[in-house]
Every structure is written in C-alpha cells, then in structure tokens.
Design a protein around this ligand. Structure first.
Ligand code: DC
Length: 238
C-alpha cells in the first residue's frame, strides 16, 4: 500500500480516447477509474429532459436545487464487463452518449455551479484510492497535485472518424461532417470558457495518439509508471 494515493490525471481534447486509455490503465494496475465527462453528461441529460435548456441557453438557477439529489454514480456490470453510469436507479450510460447530449454538454460544463458540484464528487473518490481520472481540468483544477498528468491530443479529422465509427457501432445514425463540427465546437468552448478551461498543465506530459495503437499507449504509460513508482501491471488489461 502507498502512503498517499496515486492519482493519474488524463486531460485533453474530445474524442482523443482518454476514457478508453484510462479504463485500460485502471484494469492493468488495479486503480479506480472515474469518467468526469460522464458526470457532466448526466447533468446535461437531466437538464435537457427537464426543460432547463432551451435555445442554446441554460437555466442554472432552476437546475441548481436538483443537483444534490441526482445521485449520479457508477456501477460495474458483470454482464457487460464495464462500469455504467447511473442517475438514481436509472442506467443512463447510453442516453448520455448521444449527439444531442454532446451538443449541449459544453454549455452545461461551462457553469461554475455545475463544475463545483462535479469536482466535489471527483475529489471525494480521489481521497482514499489510487485513481485514474479523465476530463478537461483534472490535472489543473481538480487534482493539481496529481502524480502523473497526461495531456492527450490527436488530429481532429482522425478523432472525428473514430467517434463516428463508435456511434455507428452503437447503431446511431451519424454524419462525419456533423461529428467533426461537434468536436471542433466542443474543443473551442472547452478551451475558451471562463471557468477551468481546457489547458495543458505545465507539468503534464503530452500524448499525441494520432498514429498510436492502444498497445503503444500502454507501453508508453508502463514506462512512466515503472520509472516514477516502480509499478508493474497486475493484470493483463486486454
Ligand atoms: O469526456 P467527454 O467528451 O465525455 O466530456 C463531455 C464534456 O464534458 C466535454 O465536452 C467537456 C466537459 N468536461 C469538462 O468540462 N471537464 C471535465 N473534467 C470533463 C468533461
């Protein structure tokens, strides 16, 4: 056991494969994985379904009183072999990944109140266990003391193609140009918002995975964790 928990913060642009990478690291090293984007997406779904978003603007004052009772959490599904996002008793894992939610999430995530709410959930989890978290401001705002900070990027055309393939695999109709536009818009809003914008932490290591496989990425992080903590994978993360 380590005296202090190890935190791996993975930030970067949309659809750079942050969560897939984070999940594999968590499996390989026995860390807890937390998907901060899923929390913002769940809040967004709630706001959309309850009429707090209309014509591209959000009624934060209306939304605020409900946040404390949303009970957004993650549950591991043995059947699916992955962790799923729940809001109360409802499995929202698929509903939060639609292009409609993606279209509104940056607006919701730019609200200070919402960010403080999500940060509280993330910090609570990071206190007691070794965690790998992915998001936009984990290494800058949520855990500025994280031991390992990674800033992920990749060519935007490659990211759009990957994301479109993922959506099609799930059976969602999608047009590559619309996905590209959504990514560019989110990159812009995420990097230019007033509260906790997406920026590379000065001590983050850049990972451009435009031409890397998952296995390349695992070798890359294994080297970092071995050198810094003497850690070796405890499981075949495959
Ligand atoms: O990682 P993702 O694409 O699921 O995240 C969805 C949105 O949530 C993203 O467009 C920006 C926002 N987000 C954020 O502002 N800060 C985070 N730590 C994680 C996500």
């Amino acid at each position: 056991m380590y005296e202090k928990s190890i935190i791996i913060a993975i930030d970067g642009f949309s659809s750079t494969g942050k969560s897939s990478f984070a999940k594999r690291i968590a499996r390989a090293y026995g860390f807890l994985y937390l998907d901060s984007g899923a929390l913002y997406r769940a809040v967004t779904l709630f706001a959309m379904e309850n009429g707090f978003i209309s014509d591209g603007s959000i009624d934060v004052a209306g939304l605020q009183p409900f946040l404390g009772d949303l009970n957004i959490h993650f549950e591991y599904s043995q059947k699916e072999g992955r962790s799923l996002t729940y809001m109360g008793g409802r499995n929202v894992e698929d509903d939060i990944r639609t292009l409609q939610v993606s279209g509104c999430v940056s607006l919701v995530a730019s609200q200070r109140y919402v960010r403080n709410f999500v940060d509280g959930i993330l910090r609570e989890h990071g206190r007691n266990s070794n965690v790998v978290m992915d998001g936009r401001d984990i290494g800058t705002t949520v855990f500025p003391d994280a031991g390992v900070k990674i800033f992920m990027t990749a060519d935007v055309g490659i990211r759009a193609a990957r994301r479109a393939a993922e959506l099609r695999e799930k059976g969602e109709e999608c047009d590559l140009a619309a996905v590209l536009k959504n990514l560019q818009e989110r990159d812009y809003i995420d990097s230019h918002r007033e509260v906790s914008p997406l920026v590379q932490a000065p001590d983050a290591i850049v990972l451009d995975n435009s031409h890397m496989t998952f296995d390349d990425q695992m070798l890359w992080i294994a080297d970092i964790l071995r050198k810094k903590y003497g850690l070796e994978p405890i499981a075949d993360e495959g």
